[in-house]
Design a protein around this ligand. Structure first.
Ligand SMILES: [Zn+2]
Ligand SMILES: [Zn+2]
Length: 256
């Protein structure tokens, strides 16, 4: 199994996961052209994709989903709440999924997990194939007990560290938006993400990607400083960017 990102942040998100016979796109917050361009940088053609999974209806995740799915005739998986939250546009094939109800795409086993976020019925995902386990966890305002339980023992984890609380407080956002982003239904700050990791058993975690990093309310140097203490426990820590996401990362076989 391997995964990569086309871009990560409030101006657009898309992650690709390739495992066995599947290559799925999680979210598509870019235009068709931009998505195709970024896929090409990863050496992927749209026809190699097998499906699109959608986490929630915010436009940084959803904007490109329907146009891209129509152009490339891809099935789209999402919860009923996400589907009904707004007019998504015509889809070539809609597959409704339920949180906690795992489903199978070829040899890829996918579990949608609900998260506390200000969307109608958001889902983040755990993807498993051949004994390897990847967690994709962004866009949540706090770590719920359910999230903590489900995202254990991942071999690879893409985790949001959206903002630095002080930068958000001092930054240019209007008060209502500061409250939203920093609130329990908004986004994880650096310290919340760190605490979550410190409470996890990280013995299997080989690839950690810090993602959905705010360009306004966070800084790469700050994030790197925050997660540095984990360097002894996690062999590979990466930082996803808005412009480039991150290149292919292999999810290793679990140690016996
Ligand atoms: Zn987002
Ligand atoms: Zn969101």
């Amino acid at each position: 199994m391997r995964f990569a990102s086309l871009g990560s942040g409030s101006r657009g998100n898309a992650t690709v996961v390739e495992a066995a016979d599947q290559c799925v796109l999680i979210d598509c917050g870019f235009t068709i052209k931009e998505t195709e361009r970024r896929l090409a940088l990863l050496g992927l053609a749209p026809l190699e994709l097998s499906a699109i999974l959608v986490t929630h209806e915010h436009s940084d995740h959803l904007k490109g989903v329907a146009p891209f799915a129509r152009k490339h005739n891809l099935p789209v998986y999402m919860t009923p709440g996400t589907y009904h939250a707004r007019d998504i546009g015509k889809l070539p094939q809609l597959e409704l999924i339920e949180n906690y109800q795992a489903f199978q795409l070829g040899e890829l086993h996918i579990t949608p997990v609900p998260v506390p976020h200000d969307a109608r019925e958001p889902a983040q995902f755990i993807l498993e194939a051949a004994g390897r386990r990847l967690g994709v966890l962004t866009d949540l305002g706090n770590i719920s007990a359910h999230v903590e339980n489900h995202f254990q023992a991942c071999d690879a984890l893409l985790l949001e560290a959206n903002h630095d609380s002080m930068m958000l407080a001092m930054g240019p956002y209007p008060l209502s938006l500061k409250d939203r982003v920093g609130g329990p239904w908004g986004h994880l700050n650096n310290q919340q993400a760190l605490r979550f990791l410190q409470q996890q058993d990280l013995s299997r975690l080989e690839q950690l990607v810090i993602a959905h990093i705010s360009e306004q309310n966070n800084a790469l140097e700050k994030v790197q400083e925050v997660f540095k203490p984990l360097a002894g426990e996690v062999s590979n820590i990466h930082y996803a960017s808005q412009e480039e996401g991150f290149g292919w990362l292999e999810v290793p076989q679990p140690r016996a």
